[in-house]
Design a binder for this molecule. Structure first.
Ligand SMILES: NC(=O)c1ccc[n+]([C@@H]2O[C@H](COP(=O)([O-])OP(=O)(O)OC[C@H]3O[C@@H](n4cnc5c(N)ncnc54)[C@H](OP(=O)(O)O)[C@@H]3O)[C@@H](O)[C@H]2O)c1
Length: 314
């Protein structure tokens, strides 16, 4: 089967011809129709799990995907042959991922039936980014009346954060370059601040002189986080996906600091399906590319400037 893989950590991802995996007990084999790209895909290729996981090479890249159940292993009871499914398919320790014609998942793993009437390309764009956004909004306990700053609002996770925080009734301030300000408002942001124009704190505190209640941040490093956290009112909360928060230092200032690691599950996917079906969560696809162009798309993701999700047609 065709797949995008790396021959070692740090190598340039390439289109390869690799053996099709066989489903073992409790596993499903999925014929992938589309895969969704996330920054973690190139981070894994670069060696993010080098010290923690003994990966075989070639290592197939890709976490998110959508496709049709092609075969099931012994003991599989939840999903059936022919069902349309979406979810997370990365198994670094076995060299497997979603940027391939076939991928494996566990029947009790983070895979669910696709929302009714959804295209495979749309479904593939949902899992990691939307599960992360949902988990962040819940961890922060965002509520009506809160003023929330979303840092990194224009990318995959950020667009979900803006919608889900606004859905809770919060006043949402989204970071966005000028060309994305309108999109952010359409997704539910009340205000936008351009992170490339002026200091974030100056822009936000210029309007919210008493500070804000929450920061949902998917981009800042530790130094930037310390600066942005100065805007939080006592009792405020800072949630980071980049492990930039020092929870003890936050607690000492009467704040809550959370470094969030998403734990994908079928249950979360089913909740996302419901939000999508209800029209309460949209995932915008910035770009669709064929499998052979995935290496270029990975390089573009690393270079930054995402305006939504990139999807790979398989
Ligand atoms: N811990 C976890 O479980 C978890 C889960 C999911 C994602 N993540 C991480 O979260 C991060 C975001 O993921 P993603 O899928 O949303 O990435 P993405 O789609 O590439 O989006 C990143 C966005 O951030 C914006 N941005 C970059 N620098 C910024 C800054 N200084 N201020 C404000 N906005 C800025 C970018 O736009 P501009 O370039 O135009 O500024 C881009 O729209 C990645 O590092 C990813 O690995 C972690």
């Amino acid at each position: 089967m065709h797949a995008i893989a790396v021959s070692e950590y740090g190598a340039t991802p390439a289109l390869m011809n690799l053996p099709r995996p066989e489903p073992g007990p409790g596993e499903i084999l999925v014929k992938m129709i589309a895969a969704g790209l996330n920054p973690i895909d190139w981070k894994i290729a670069d060696g993010m799990f080098k010290d923690s996981t003994d990966a075989p090479f070639p290592l197939i890249l890709g976490r998110d995907g959508a496709g049709v159940v092609d075969d099931v292993g012994e003991g599989v009871t939840r999903l059936r042959h022919g069902e349309q499914v979406y979810g997370c398919f990365d198994q670094v320790d076995r060299g497997l991922g979603s940027f391939a014609e076939y991928a494996l998942a566990r029947d009790d793993g983070p895979v669910a039936r696709m929302p009714e009437g959804m295209l495979y390309t749309q479904a593939a764009a949902v899992p990691t980014a939307s599960m992360t956004a949902l988990a962040m909004v819940e961890a922060a306990e965002i509520d009506a009346g809160h003023t929330v700053l979303v840092v990194g609002a224009t990318g995959g996770v950020g667009q979900g954060l803006v919608q889900l925080a606004a859905r809770e009734g919060a006043k949402v301030i989204a970071t966005a370059r000028d060309d994305m300000a309108g999109t952010m408002r359409r997704l539910g942001a009340d205000e936008t601040v351009d992170h490339t124009e002026d200091d974030l704190n100056r822009q936000v505190l210029g309007v919210h002189t008493d500070g804000i209640d929450a920061v949902l941040d998917v981009v800042s490093d530790t130094g930037a986080t310390e600066g942005i956290a100065q805007m939080l009112r006592p009792g405020g909360v800072y949630v980071s996906t980049t492990w930039s928060v020092n929870p003890d230092a936050m607690e000492a200032r009467g704040l809550r600091g959370i470094n969030l690691e998403t734990e994908p599950s079928a249950e979360m996917l089913e909740r996302l399906s419901d939000l999508i079906d209800a029209g309460e969560l949209r995932v915008s696809i910035e770009r669709e590319v064929p499998l052979a162009d995935a290496p270029e798309a990975l390089a573009d993701s690393r270079a930054g400037g995402a305006r939504g999700k990139t999807v790979i047609r398989i």
